[in-house]
Design a protein around this ligand. Structure first.
Ligand code: ZN
Ligand code: ZN
Length: 356
């Protein structure tokens, strides 16, 4: 058995460093989770490479896409003992006025592992139990999915899930997903599972090829078709498929300025622009198009824990495939993996798996 360990960020751009530690006993309402897997997210790269500030001071263990097993419980959390779980990426306090009104994602007392508290690039992590989603392991076996694979539900699946719920995707909707990797690949599958006709746009033919087998009705490479041409091509596809010419739901998942420009250029009357990806870059847009089209733009910070069971159900029900979109690496290779993700060398989401 390996001693409890975690990889800490000490400074922007510096290699992460390994530290052994004695896990604290969980406090009231908390649990200690033995990490099965923790996904590497664009947000982690933003902290390490781009100088996005973590809310907790450094050194800090990053990682907010966690699955694992509860190995110790604090007072009031005893029912979670030995349960396989997904840890919500954003854990609301559950008690403030915002939480009581169902606005937990903007709770000012929320805890995000790897940002407000130590995260999942570790053998063990202590988190509030109210952020847990239980996993029925018997059903995992049926799907050939491991508990580690489900870490992506904590963010990459639930974030676009909440975006799709919030945007009101329904059977017969037309959904456009800009950026078909990481989060966007799941946005395509989720919108498809909700009955929408889905268009995927990316600059990478390999990603478009992969997602065309998982719910995208048509794909476009934005390097070949962009701006007005793209909008016309989508309108033509809509007509051919008897999908609506108005009220398109556009998910910006690329987290790039170019993707945001493309997404904004697709506004039609009554459109919803859902901003799921993040970039520090700025774009120049005519905001008044929202007015002229009576359109709306919605932000999206995480997903309320209450929606996790529905999102997990889509995975367990085979409506969302995770296996073609993930790859496992040893946690102790974290620096190499971060560098490879940063250099866009990986086509799938990296899941770091600690040795126990
Ligand atoms: Zn994330
Ligand atoms: Zn709250």
């Amino acid at each position: 058995m390996t001693a409890a360990h975690r990889w800490m960020m000490t400074a922007v751009g510096a290699p992460l460093t390994r530290a052994e530690f004695q896990p604290d006993p969980p406090g009231p309402g908390e649990v200690s989770v033995e990490v099965a897997g923790c996904g590497v997210c664009h947000t982690d790269l933003g902290f390490l490479y781009d100088g996005v500030r973590t809310k907790h001071e450094l050194p800090l263990t990053l990682g907010h896409e966690i699955s694992g097993r509860v190995v110790a419980t604090g007072a009031g959390a005893e029912d979670w003992a030995n349960t396989a779980v997904i840890v919500s990426a954003v854990i609301p306090c559950g008690e403030c006025d915002l939480c009581r009104r169902g606005r937990g994602t903007i709770c000012r007392a929320q805890k995000m592992p790897g940002n407000d508290i130590h995260g999942g690039f570790a053998s063990h992590v202590v988190v509030p139990a109210r952020g847990l989603c239980a996993v029925d392991e018997a059903r995992l076996g049926e799907r050939g999915v491991q508990l580690a694979d489900l870490c992506v539900v904590a963010d990459a699946v639930t974030t676009p899930y909440q975006a799709a719920v919030q945007a009101g995707v329904r059977p017969g909707s037309l959904a456009v997903v800009i950026g078909a990797g990481g989060i966007g690949g799941y946005a395509v599958q989720i919108a498809n599972a909700m009955g929408a006709g889905v268009i995927a746009v990316d600059v990478d033919d390999a990603k478009l090829q992969a997602i065309s087998e998982h719910g995208a009705g048509i794909t476009f490479n934005a390097r070949e078709v962009d701006g007005r041409e793209l909008k016309k091509a989508i309108a033509a596809f809509a007509k051919e498929q008897a999908l609506p010419a108005t009220e398109w739901v556009i998910f910006e998942c690329s987290g790039t300025a170019a993707g945001q420009q493309t997404a904004y250029g697709l506004l039609v009357p009554g459109a919803t622009l859902s901003v799921v990806g993040f970039t520090m870059d700025k774009v120049e847009i005519r905001l008044s198009n929202l007015m002229a089209f009576h359109a709306r733009a919605l932000g999206n910070w995480g997903c309320p824990p209450a929606l996790y069971p529905e999102a997990l159900e889509l995975v367990l029900d085979n409506k969302i495939q995770v296996l073609p979109f993930v790859e496992h690496h040893g946690l102790d290779d974290i620096n190499e993996v971060f560098a490879a993700v940063h250099a866009h060398e990986l086509k799938r989401r990296a899941i770091l798996v600690p040795a126990h």
